[in-house]
Design a protein around this ligand. Structure first.
Ligand SMILES: [Zn+2]
Length: 148
């Protein structure tokens, strides 16, 4: 498996143990090139994390889709893309239960970006929160400037 941090082709498993009462295997992997570690889970694909959209439709969670949104929000901003990758590819492991709403994904992504870069946060929020008016958009920017 490729390293999600530096993209090196080779990573080795440093620890492997059953979790969830033996229904999943948790592996700690270490990159041979950059030495960073990350976790993978091997689970039966009976219940992938499902995303409930505003329309009520459901679809399987796609970390690449989340990553694309984050990268777009951070375009030309001084943000390390590796941090965005880490957030997107570990997202599923932070979710409890088999389903999450698209609003909740947006909310968590916004909280993450708010810490990272205020401009990226506003860009992302303007899409995902669907500002209902220009006034609300401006309020949001002012709140950020005041350090809220
Ligand atoms: Zn690496």
């Amino acid at each position: 498996m490729k390293c999600p941090y530096c993209g090196a082709a080779d990573t080795r498993v440093v620890d492997s143990r059953p979790v969830d009462g033996g229904l999943a295997i948790r592996r700690r992997r270490e990159c041979v090139q950059c030495g960073r570690r990350f976790t993978t889970y091997e689970r039966p694909q009976l219940e992938p994390l499902m995303v409930k959209k505003r329309s009520g439709k459901r679809e399987a969670f796609d970390p690449d889709k989340l990553l694309r949104g984050l990268l777009l929000a951070c375009e030309k901003r001084p943000v390390d893309p590796e941090r965005l990758k880490r957030f997107a590819y570990t997202f599923e492991d932070q979710v409890e239960g088999p389903e999450i709403s698209s609003e909740e994904i947006g909310r968590r992504a916004m909280a993450f970006l708010k810490e990272l870069d205020p401009v990226a946060y506003i860009r992302f929020a303007s899409v995902y929160r669907e500002f209902d008016s220009v006034e609300r958009f401006i309020e949001e920017i002012k709140a950020l400037e005041e350090g809220e």
